[in-house]
Design a protein around this ligand. Structure first.
Ligand SMILES: O=P(O)(O)O[C@H]1O[C@H](CO)[C@@H](O)[C@H]1O
Ligand SMILES: O=c1cc[nH]c(=O)[nH]1
Length: 237
């Protein structure tokens, strides 16, 4: 057990899917895993372990924002031996080429800051996805005919943004969407030499103001979960 995770030793799988929303973790575990047990309820941050096609998988909430996700990623890796961490999150589209429910595979992340920022000092570390996971997720998406985009995402510290000028600059530089955890997940994974990827579903659109309700963000993003599971266990290039 750690300060934030109540799982006993051995109860966390080497492959962990991390939605921000703990109730999305519950929904995904019930929908996609067999022989599921709940392994964490500390602070209401739900985690479940089961099997998918015979492979052990944990689906564990990260909470919202990089500060929260950093705590869980650190403990999952350092205390429980997680080796593959895949964020399965919602995101707001920043380009007209993206539509609601499209999938974005976060190849790299743009940030103003992140919890790991301090250790890099003057260095502008570029958080990026594990290529093997990214490649496998893209191939899985192609096989399913899901509208999928690969590229740069904005990992923001704030949901209620007061800097529209920044969005405009990022849009001109091709940033696809905004979310709030991937950059720190990638930085923590790099530091511990484990694999990480963020698979995102567009839940709202910053340019058109379209938005899905909370209930759909909780339990209707099945394509994203399937892509994450398939990429976790695909042969590596
Ligand atoms: O749907 P999740 O995975 O929580 O991701 C997005 O949704 C939350 C904001 O509503 C932030 O955590 C953001 O990254
Ligand atoms: O961080 C996020 C996530 C979903 N939608 C947004 O607009 N921002």
């Amino acid at each position: 057990m750690t300060i934030h995770i109540g799982a006993k030793p051995g109860q966390i799988a080497e492959t962990v899917l991390m939605p921000g929303d703990p109730l999305r973790a519950k929904w995904a575990a019930e929908q996609f895993l067999e022989d599921v047990i709940c392994v964490n309820q500390v602070r209401g941050m739900l985690g479940f372990t089961g099997t998918w096609r015979g492979h052990r998988v944990t689906i564990h909430g990260s909470g919202m924002g990089m500060a929260s996700a950093s705590i869980y990623a650190n403990e999952l890796i350092r205390d429980y031996g997680a080796k593959t961490l895949i964020r399965v999150g919602s995101a707001g589209a920043m380009q007209h080429s993206l539509g609601i429910r499209d999938i974005v595979l976060a190849q790299g992340c743009t940030t103003l800051t992140m919890p790991s920022r301090g250790i890099f000092r003057e260095l502008n570390f570029a958080p990026c996805a594990d290529f093997g996971l990214l490649h496998a997720a893209y191939q899985a998406a192609q096989a399913r005919d899901v509208r999928t985009h690969v590229g740069n995402v904005y990992s923001s510290d704030v949901f209620y943004d007061e800097r529209p000028d920044l969005n405009e600059i990022m849009q001109r530089h091709g940033v696809l969407c905004v979310e709030m955890e991937a950059a720190e997940l990638y930085a923590v994974a790099a530091r511990h030499n484990v694999r990480a990827l963020a698979v995102l579903t567009i839940s709202d659109h910053l340019l058109t103001q379209e938005a899905l309700p909370a209930s759909e963000r909780e339990h209707s993003f099945g394509a994203m979960i399937e892509l994450a599971l398939e990429s976790a266990f695909a042969p590596q290039p």
